[in-house]
Design a protein around this ligand. Structure first.
Ligand code: ADP
Length: 180
């Protein structure tokens, strides 16, 4: 399923982001950058040691990655050239600026993508796993930030894929895409 926004394609798919044939995939990392569970664990497993090594060197330079920011490493053994690691907010009832922080994840990731001449990028459903962000709210934010970005920028990114792992997220994104 796909829609066109300005001159970029926005796709929706269900599956494993580590298998995606795109220029860059986004990781829902944590501030330590040392890997973890969920999509982060899957990316480190599939990409191999090179990703962890670059994360460790970023960590020694700048002490990890703040919530809402993004850093870039190789894609290692995966098809993608790059991994853009962003850190989503932990949901704590919505009164700790979680929305702005999640919006920043999408903005920072797209900014890093642009700086690294990425032409296609895949996003997971940041914060909607272990970090417990309500899936419907997170979906609207993801779609809103990506659409705004494409409408307001002359972008090199010609393909954006939302990769949903679970059925619930897939159904929410499908509804959102159908509104376009
Ligand atoms: P967070 O800590 O940001 O919540 P998680 O990794 O726990 O990160 O979950 C983020 C989203 O990634 C969830 O919707 C989860 O279902 C999904 N996910 C887990 N594994 C994968 C994978 N291999 N590919 C794509 N999405 C995944």
């Amino acid at each position: 399923m796909e829609v066109i926004i300005r001159d970029s394609m926005v796709h929706l798919t269900q599956g494993d982001i580590t298998k995606m044939d795109v220029d860059a995939i986004v990781n829902a990392a944590n501030t330590s950058l040392l890997g973890g569970g969920g999509v982060d664990g899957a990316i480190h497993r599939a990409g191999g040691r090179a990703i962890l090594e670059e994360c460790m060197s970023i960590r020694s330079r700048q002490g990890g990655c703040a919530v809402g920011e993004a850093v870039v490493t190789t894609g290692g053994n995966m098809k993608c050239r790059l991994v853009i690691h962003t850190v989503g907010p932990v949901w704590n009832g919505g009164v700790y600026d979680e929305e702005e922080k999640l919006r920043n994840c999408y903005r920072s990731s797209l900014r890093q993508a642009e700086l690294n001449e990425v032409t296609s990028i895949a996003f997971p459903n940041i914060s909607t796993g272990i970090y417990n962000y309500p899936k419907d709210l997170a979906c609207r934010i993801a779609f809103d930030e990506v659409s705004k970005y494409l409408l307001n920028n002359e972008s090199n990114i010609k393909r954006i894929v939302f990769v949903c792992f679970d059925k619930e997220n897939f159904a929410l994104y499908k509804k959102e895409l159908e509104k376009v």
